[in-house]
Structures are given as C-alpha cells and as structure tokens.
Design a protein around this ligand. Structure first.
Ligand code: PXG
Length: 464
C-alpha cells in the first residue's frame, strides 16, 4: 500500500518541499529558505508536527475543521463510498445517492426556502457559479442589463479569476488582470480601522447606505446582486456594527437585487447557528457554502438557491458545471459530517457552552496593553493590536510587521493563531471544550506579552 508517512527527517522533507511544491499565498523562495512547518497528524483540536510538537489549532485548519480532526466515521464513509461508486457525474441525465441525500439534507438545514443546491469543489468555484448564475437568472427574466455584482472592499470570496474579482483584496487585484468587468466594490463595515470620528452605529449605517448609493448611481436596472460574508473572515474577522445588516436587508428588499450570503466560513455552526445569516437575521436568495460542509475532510462546496432563483434557472439550459460537482465521495463525507454536527448537538454546544465561554475570555483581551479592540461572534474572533488604544492608531511600521511577530510568537507557543495585518484572528474547531479554550487564551496571552516586549525593544510602538 502506498502510504504517505513521515519517513524522513524534517530538514529533508523541507528541502523537497522547497524544491518541488509551490505554496499558495506565499513568497516561495523566502519560505523555502525558512523551511515550511511539516504537519504530520492531527486529533481533536491538536496538530502534531514532524518534530513531535503538539500545537493547538485555533484556526480549524483554514476555518474548516468544524468537528475537529480524527473522526474515523468520515474515513469509513469515504472508503465505503469509494468501493461502491468512487465517481460518477451528474451532467447527462444521471444522478447518484450521495448527491441526492446531501441536497435533501441541505434543504432541510438551510433557512427559509433555500432548498436547491448546485455543487462545486470549494468556495471559489461556488462563487464563480454565483456570478454566472445571477447573470443568467436576470437574462432569463428578460433583463440582461442587470449584470453588475456589488461586493465590498477587503471581502474574500475565493482565488479564481471570478471569485477574486468579487473579493475586495487589493493585493490580489494587483496581480493577474482582475477584477473582471462589472464588479463594483463598496466600503467595508470596519469601524476600528475606518470609522474616523463616527460612533459605530452611525458608521454601520453609513457603510450600509453605500450599497444604496451604488445602486442609485449604477441604476437599479444594471445591478444583479450584492454579495457579502455575514462576518468577514479572511479580511480580519470584521464584525459589522449592529446597525449594518438591518439596513443592508432593507436596501436589498427595496431594490430588485439578489442577496448572496457567502457562508463559506460562517456556515455549519461557526457563528452559533447553522448559518451566519440566521445569526445576523438576513434573508439571502443564495448562500455560498464550502469548508464546514465537510469539516474539510473532503473538498466540496456549493450554492444553495431559493425556490424562486432555482425555478428561474431551471427553466433554461444553464451551461455550467464542474467534473466534481456533487462528487459522490465528497458528498458522502459531507453527509456524515452533518450527521455528526446534528446528532452530537455541536451547534448547540457552540451556542450554549463554547461560544459564551470563549467570548468572556476573548473580550477580556482588550485589557492587554497591545490590544485596542476584541470582537467575536460564535467561534470566530479577532483582536486589533495598536500602539495607542484611545486614538485607534495603526503602527508607524508597515502593516503586518507586528502581526507577523505575534504570529511567530503564537507558533513558538504551540498555538495556531493567524494575523491579518496587525489583527490577530481565531476560528477554532467548534468542539473545543472550556479546557481547550483556557489553553488557547493562556497561549495567546503569552504570545501577546512576548510580542509587546519585542515591539517595545525594536521601537515599533510608535503610532502612524
Ligand atoms: N468565500 C469565503 C468567505 C472564504 O473564506 C472562499 C470563499 C473560497 O473558498 P475555497 O474553498 O475556494 O478556498 C473562502 C476561503 C485566509 C484564507 O487566509 C481564507 C480562505 C481561503 C484561503 C485562505 O484566511 N477562505
């Protein structure tokens, strides 16, 4: 049997990695010189690396391992499905049992009349589907001019040409000729960084009204849809002020545009409900899902459509699909993941136990000398590091300088906590116990103390 095991010394694995593997979102030459950390196994909420270090994973992989690592049930379901039917397509008048069962289950779990799923292999391709889908929807309804999609600066919707165009990451738009035409970006509801002298409520309203201004400026007859993450994830876990989402919903209701909630991170329990749209009380026409759908055990994503959107799309030949749309092994794994989430009441565990416990400890980090703001919704949180809390100042050093130090101190303390610029973010497995959360907070605090000491030593505590 061809097992891929940790059979070489770490340095040899790192050298081979540097020689032949091109990492995503990395400066690969510099990474090759430093050596990538080799992760060899994981159980529960803990990763093990090739040197035997045990690391608490407060990012759930890449925001996805909601049920935690090492669940044999998923491995067994995958093996069984591979033996029964490893692959078949759903293009040419065929279907199969796993995709039928998963579609039905998603219709049951998704709110309102979101009852129909178009499958992809992840979030990027699901959002590409959404671009083609909303434009085809309006074309089919006799309004081909409605082809502009409004999104937000600093949003993350994926890395393909279409989904990265939807996203609002300036560094991504600087490479490779994106965004594609007819994508319009409005401001993000990031009060800490951009709120100026407004109070958070005022600022939330102002940012939501940018949607209305954009619709009026572009013309309602040109706007197809608005897409947003209920809580921005990769942008730094940006939690909008309370005034924001009700106003966005009002605007979407008033004008004839589709609301796409990108639930790739927020879905499947992350915010304390099955979907972030429920936590934020929004009524999307389409939800993008991926990540927590399979807890990352198999690549799968999709677009969940309302009855009305599905009816319009189904009335035409939608010329779109992926080889792996509804892959039977991924669908079977996702279904087993949903069974575990449901039967083990993991969403309830988040809502009633883990999230309230984490929230109290996370928000107390605001008393740390380096932290100016601590935000958390369910099991996704962020803290903003600052040299001067009162003025919400950024550091004089380039954005991310202190963040990178903090990230490295976390790793040194056996904690995976990410940085986005100078914000530190977490998105741990949903199955964390209060004991795991105590460990997380203790390691995070130690890493922040060390970061503060280094920043002072290196003269990095000057405000911009
Ligand atoms: N939408 C959202 C909201 C996401 O967070 C995608 C779409 C794209 O999904 P795929 O499966 O194509 O990756 C994502 C993915 C980061 C990071 O640095 C975040 C994601 C992916 C890679 C890195 O936080 N989110």
């Amino acid at each position: 049997m061809n097992m891929i095991t940790n059979h070489m010394p770490t340095a040899a694995l790192q050298a081979l990695d540097a020689a032949h593997h091109v990492h995503p979102f990395s400066a690969n030459t510099a990474l090759g010189q430093e050596g990538a950390r080799v992760i060899t196994r994981a159980r529960g909420v803990t990763l093990t690396d090739s040197d035997g270090n045990e690391i608490l994973d407060a990012m759930a992989g890449l925001w996805c391992v909601n049920i935690g690592y090492g669940r044999d049930e998923l491995a067994e379901v995958a093996a069984r499905q591979m033996r029964e039917l490893p692959y078949y397509n759903t293009f040419f008048k065929t279907t199969h049992v796993p995709v039928i069962a998963l579609s039905q289950k998603l219709a049951e779990l998704a709110p309102g009349d979101l009852n129909h799923t178009f499958f992809a292999a992840g979030g990027s391709d699901a959002n590409d589907t959404n671009i083609r889908l909303v434009r085809t929807y309006w074309q089919t309804k006799g309004k081909p001019g409605k082809d502009v999609i409004i999104s937000r600066k600093n949003a993350y919707h994926g890395s393909s040409v279409g989904s990265a165009s939807l996203g609002g990451m300036a560094a991504m738009h600087a490479q490779g000729g994106i965004p594609i035409p007819n994508i319009h970006h409005i401001g993000q509801p990031n009060w800490w960084a951009e709120g100026g002298d407004m109070d958070p409520g005022e600022f939330g309203l102002a940012r939501a009204r940018e949607l209305e201004e954009a619709i009026l400026e572009l013309g309602e007859d040109r706007v197809a849809a608005f897409i947003a993450e209920p809580v921005q994830g990769a942008g730094g876990v940006i939690v909008a002020p309370d005034t924001y989402w009700p106003e966005i919903q009002r605007i979407c209701d008033k004008y004839e545009i589709l609301l796409i909630a990108d639930e790739v991170i927020c879905g499947f329990g992350r915010t304390g409900n099955w979907f972030g749209s429920q936590t934020l009380n929004i009524r999307p026409d389409i939800m993008t899902v991926a990540k927590g759908l399979s807890s990352g055990y198999a690549p799968i994503g999709g677009s969940i459509l309302s009855d009305e959107v599905a009816e319009v799309i189904s009335s035409t030949d939608f010329n779109h699909g992926y080889t792996y749309s509804g892959h039977p092994v991924a669908a079977a794994v996702a279904l087993e993941n949903l069974r575990i989430l449901e039967e083990e009441k993991i969403v309830e565990h988040v809502r009633d136990v883990a999230a309230p416990y984490l929230k109290a400890k996370w928000e107390a980090l605001v008393d740390h000398p380096l932290i100016g703001e601590a935000k958390i919704v369910g099991m996704m949180g962020s803290v903003a590091m600052t040299p001067h809390k009162e003025s919400r100042a950024a550091f004089a050093a380039p954005a991310g300088t202190v963040g990178q130090i903090a990230r490295d101190r976390c790793f040194a303390n056996n904690l995976v906590m990410r940085h986005v610029g100078d914000r530190m973010i977490i998105s741990p497995p949903l199955v964390m116990t209060p004991g795991d959360i105590d460990t997380l907070i203790a390691r995070a605090t130690k890493a922040l103390d060390e970061t503060h000491a280094i920043a002072k030593d290196q003269g990095l505590m000057d405000p911009a």
